[in-house]
Design a protein around this ligand. Structure first.
Ligand code: ZN
Length: 125
């Protein structure tokens, strides 16, 4: 069975430039990842051992070896230990809920996202 990204409106499979990432085992990170997915899928039950989020939802500075990977020197893209997803798939607004609740992320600039991500990381340390 091929794993797909669990984020609503994404469903990426592993392909060139896209890797799938397992949910972290640490509770706080795991909760943050779960919240991220729940904002796109209201009735989602939470992660199982097969649940993955693809690399498109993480800003590039959250990877330990992004440059190596992009250059083809690394086969697996490794996430920073405390990395949390911050980037919602484009189009979530159109296809997703329209009740105006907490769909603020797509309008965030990438600088804002980066700041939010870094802030989360800092809080974990
Ligand atoms: Zn995805």
């Amino acid at each position: 069975m091929v794993n797909r990204c669990v984020v609503f409106g994404c469903s990426n499979e592993p392909k060139k430039g896209v890797t799938l990432h397992e949910f972290p085992s640490g509770k706080r990170e795991r909760d943050t990842w779960t919240r991220f997915v729940k904002r796109t899928r209201k009735n989602w039950d939470g992660p199982t051992s097969n649940t993955r989020i693809c690399s498109e939802h993480f800003s590039s500075d959250l990877f330990e070896n992004k440059m190596k990977f992009d250059l083809g020197h690394a086969k697996i893209l490794r996430l920073h230990k405390h990395a949390v997803p911050t980037i919602y798939p484009t189009g979530t607004c159109k296809t997703g809920r329209n009740d105006g609740a907490s769909v603020d992320a797509p309008s965030m600039t990438s600088a804002m996202r980066k700041r939010e991500a870094l802030q989360v990381i800092t809080n974990f340390m």
